[in-house]
Design a protein around this ligand. Structure first.
Ligand code: PAF
Length: 278
């Protein structure tokens, strides 16, 4: 496995090694990322994983400075997962001058997580487009845990006619259901014990809807109230059409319930995709 930190060396190294499959990450890798790298392995000849903590997607007061940087451990895990190249550019390599052109996603990017993290998806779309242009992969892999991010990236690829396919990896979970996330490491012991409640509430909504309930707003409010009662600060619990990410309608068959909430200072997100009789 090669570790490369400049665009010029990456481009030279990738010559003649197509098809390339690309997994963009911000490092601090866990089993969820490793599953994405393994999925990537099935779809191409050369697996490139990038590790870059992207300042464009962090708002003021967010965790950019304290975001865990664990390059050595990450590289060991990626080697074991069969990655071929780890691309670890510095901020100076990617932004030799300030990034003034940015990708503006549609207004929908200001809903759900976007409503609580203004500009976040602009920062994500901008870095992802930039990385796609650098790596020029035939396909790229993103996790379903960041469901809105995946939806926005798919839209960007479609609307800009980018010549690559997007594959989605399933959310990996701890035994108690907590979705694996780099941010779980911030949780104190008692918060970690409480953390699966977000997923449990999303599952309750899934079960209620599949057994025929259509009072979506009541279900969302009940889940938010349960979390609040247990000390969470809830950003949103929202049942959406999985194909459009618009608020769910009674006849929708493909659904996803998404949630974001804070435990102490840690913001967790999760979602459950499911089909209902419509
Ligand atoms: O999902 C992430 O880790 C990041 O948002 C991404 C896609 C690597 C862009 O910085």
């Amino acid at each position: 496995m090669e570790i490369i930190s400049t665009i010029a060396v990456l481009r030279e190294t990738l010559q003649g090694r197509q098809p390339v499959v690309f997994v963009p990450t911000m490092g601090n890798l866990h089993e969820g990322h490793i599953a994405l790298a393994e999925l990537a392995r099935q779809h191409g000849r050369t697996v490139v994983v990038s590790i870059f903590v992207n300042p464009l997607q962090f708002g003021p007061g967010e965790d950019l400075a304290k975001y865990p940087r664990t390059l050595e451990a990450d590289c060991r895990k990626l080697q074991a997962a069969g990655a071929d190249i780890v691309f670890t550019p510095s901020a100076e390599e990617l932004f030799p001058t300030p990034q003034q052109f940015q990708v503006e996603p549609p207004p929908f990017a200001n809903e759900l997580c976007g409503a609580f993290r203004p500009g976040h998806f602009r920062g994500v779309a901008t870095i992802v487009l930039k990385l796609f242009n650098i790596v020029q992969p035939a396909c790229a892999v993103f996790g379903k845990k960041d469901y809105q991010q995946l939806f926005i990236i798919r839209g960007m690829v479609r609307e800009f006619d980018l010549p690559l396919k997007i594959f989605a990896g399933e959310t990996q979970r701890a035994e108690d259901g907590l979705a694996l996330s780099s941010r779980n490491g911030y949780l104190k012991a008692e918060e970690r014990a409480e953390a699966p409640r977000l997923y449990q509430n999303l599952r309750l909504i899934h079960e209620a809807v599949t057994s025929g309930r259509r009072d979506f707003a009541t279900l969302e409010s009940a889940a938010a109230a349960d979390l609040a009662r247990h000390g969470w600060q809830v950003d949103y619990i929202s049942l959406r059409n999985a194909g459009t990410l618009q608020p769910a309608q009674a006849g929708d068959a493909a659904l996803v319930v998404l949630g974001a909430a804070r435990l102490g200072t840690t913001r967790l997100i999760d979602n459950v995709e499911f089909r209902s009789a419509g």
